[in-house]
Design a protein around this ligand. Sequence first.
Ligand code: ARG
Length: 566
Amino acid sequence: MDFKEHIIDKLTELTKLDRGTVSGAVETPPDEKLGDLAFPCFPLAKVMRKAPPLIAQELASQLSSDELIDKVDAVGGYLNFFYNRAAFINDTVSAARSAGDGWGRSDEGSGKTVLVEYSSPNIAKPFHIGHLFSTAVGNSLAKIYKFLGYDVQSLNHLGDWGTQFGKLICAYKRWGDPEVIEKDPINELLKIYVRFHEEAEKDPSLDDEAREYFKRLEDGDEEATALWSHFRELSLKEFNRIYDMLGVKFDSYNGEAFYSDKMDEVVQILRDKGLLVESGGAMVVDLSDMDMPPCMILKSDGATIYATRDIAAALYRHRTYNFYKNIYVVGLPQSLHFRQIFETMKRAGWEWSKDCVHVGFGLVKLPGKNMSTRHGDVIFLEDVLNESIEKTRAIIENNNSAVDDIDDVSKKIGIGAVLYTFLKNSREKDIVFSWESMLDFDGESAPYCMYGYARGKSILRRAEGIDYSNADLTKSVSDDAYTLVKQLELFGDAVKDAAAKYEPFYVTRYVTNLVKLFNKFYNTNPIMRDDVPEDVKKARLAIVDAVCTVIRSALALLGIDVVESM
Ligand code: ARG
């Protein structure tokens, strides 16, 4: 039985308001002491021509307690409802336990496709910490939407096209040493790319050569294409090491190159709509009435650019997936770019452009010499992950914890700690990376949440042999049990909020609070102690079991794997 719906039914009957109005008005009181649900009587004052406090009192006197409601108080202009705690705990824990991994899920997304584009590093360029941020947020959002029943496609829009590939081919042909590059592809390719720029300054004919190579690449020349695809493969191999460590998978790696033959159509559409205007030899869409600089579509040499490829990609995605939402998890510095292309798409008459969303995120600061980075490259990021794993291992060894597989446990905690850091706050906030808070087992961190889970599992292991499947949940009613179970009930709401606002931190905050309340619960509600009556013990074990399942589900939505003991 849904407590909230029950109260809405009662209020609707009593006030003769329509049900939607009542359900829109009820709210959660700011303080638990004020009850579980409140109904503000202010909107009734006009109709009933009475002061709200009086209305509240009259209504309270007409509402009697029942099997779900303990009491109704009138306070000021509010009606405050208190649930019957035993019934609430019993209902919620039973429902959560029978739902198992399905608790909090919904089918709101059924039949709808959500595209989540994230990570999207550039070939032959460093995978920097911003790409890692994008990867953490995008991976989590993809999981969140799946949990809500959406068909999700994870897209990696690789930066694998553009005039810089002409330069890279030119540089490779002059100075590339295949053996050296094979060993450390990204850094070495970057090196010759930088060298190209230095040399081109002295000898501008290099630029012409590079242009020629890019032209050849565009025309499908065999040698140029083979080199390009070699660079792409080498880079992807590096990126995949990071993705493997994080457990991240993509459904598509169609990058900018994939759209290189799909841009003529876009240019034609924009031209036909009369949107293209000339500006210094280039073709642009004028957006001055929106206070934006023009969106560049064709460069003066006729070459297409980043924005054009993005517009072609959006059109392709619309046709291929008929998406419900097309989400771009890309850093905030690209906000203007996305506003420009979305506006251009809108002017092209594509009404679905309203379903394209830029999900931006802040900057990452790396304080301290241990975390400084010269290149911020893929090696460096692997170092960050490995260092996190090593530090975790040291902490576990120091604690003398009984852990079965220390490699596995350190890895899961170490990686979880990094992911959590990116998902802890509203994504637009800048992040300051700090080992101390990342690996603080007592603070708001992945290890803290994971420890809560492991702790619960260890209680359940000790209870092996006790059958609590039919526990009478009304036997464990206490303040801390009640607060904990109320939090348990809110899981689905947290997931929905996260999806609606593209903010995984709703889930992060949810699970952190759940663990906090869980710690409090098992400190004040002894479970396996000898003096605890059998029926109370069983009821508490059932709560522990339900909470563990939800901690695991919630952390999974953040891309974090739990460990059974730590
Ligand atoms: N490759 C770009 C970068 O590293 C990010 C691509 C973002 N996605 C897009 N559809 N423009 O900055």
